[in-house]
Design a protein around this ligand. Structure first.
Ligand SMILES: C[S@@+](CC[C@H](N)C(=O)[O-])C[C@H]1O[C@@H](n2cnc3c(N)ncnc32)[C@H](O)[C@@H]1O
Length: 260
């Protein structure tokens, strides 16, 4: 079982930059009266609480696997807003939710060809699906991490296979949504430009997200070495500007079912 290496403090370091995609995703959701909302991979729950208020939900459930992340959400729970520890891989509700929402979480799960139909099955008639996943896998930050993971110094030392991204091309999500019977949909690829103080900060950025996939399954001293080697290889591949502009691609998808 991989360790729980999610660190709310590290993740929150770039909270300002990370919230724009959440706002854009929430804006895609059409306002309906008092919906029931589920937020898959809700993290620390702050954004779930905002979503609950913004959508005027009568009930919102945040589902999160990491106890570290979920620890903060307890203080946010109130009537109508609750959080449970659970794995999206086990999420199997059917036609239960008016809004199935997931911001920056499903990329941690494999096989989106199978995952999307399962998550979509939770959308009630007339309900909506809203998902945002990173799609930056061809940027040096991601290419170099994947290359390093294949380096013999690390490749044989993982205690479990690192989670590999199952993210699909935007047009494939669009096809799947159509196959799944959504009558309306919008799928877009958007570049978010993050101005970080310097390229060194990119390492701090990915430590809070991408690198946790390796941290959770490498012995701690080896992960320290992994980050050092990663830094050595990554920095020369990035422009040495101040601030450093980090272009980050994300897929935002939204779809709505016909009312029954
Ligand atoms: C990048 S954070 C995003 C958190 C939150 N949605 C937000 O927008 O701030 C991704 C979250 O997904 C959670 N996660 C990853 N895989 C998961 C799974 N299989 N089941 C439940 N949560 C998962 C992680 O623990 C982490 O808190």
């Amino acid at each position: 079982m991989p360790q729980d290496v999610w660190n709310p403090a590290q993740y929150a370091r770039f909270a300002h930059e990370r919230r724009q995609p959440f706002d854009d995703l929430a804006a895609l959701v059409e306002r309906v009266a008092a919906p029931r909302v589920v937020d898959l991979g809700c993290g620390t729950g702050e954004l779930t609480a905002e979503l609950h208020a913004t959508l005027g939900a009568r009930e919102t459930l945040g589902v999160e696997r990491s106890a570290n992340m979920l620890a903060r959400s307890a203080a946010l729970a109130r009537p109508g807003l609750r959080f449970v520890q659970g794995d999206i891989a086990d999420f199997a509700d059917t036609a239960a939710w008016d809004v199935v929402f997931s911001n920056a979480a499903l990329q941690w799960l494999p096989e989106h060809e199978r995952l999307l139909p399962r998550v979509a099955a939770a959308v009630a008639p007339g309900g909506q699906l809203a998902i945002q996943v990173p799609a930056n896998f061809d940027h040096p930050t991601h290419v170099i991490a994947a290359e390093l993971a294949n380096d013999p110094a690390f490749a044989t030392r993982f205690t479990a296979p690192p989670r590999t991204a199952g993210v699909l091309a935007p047009e494939r999500y669009a096809e799947l949504l159509d196959d799944l019977g959504f009558v309306r949909q919008s799928v877009r690829l958007q570049v978010y430009g993050h101005r970080l103080a310097s390229r060194d900060d990119v390492v701090e950025w990915v430590r809070g997200t991408l690198l946790t996939a390796y941290e959770s399954t490498l012995p701690p001293p080896l992960f320290v070495e992994f980050v050092e080697r990663y830094r050595e290889r990554l920095l020369p591949a990035l422009r040495d500007t101040r601030p450093y502009f980090y272009p980050f691609k994300r897929i935002l998808l939204w779809a709505r079912r016909d009312a029954a």
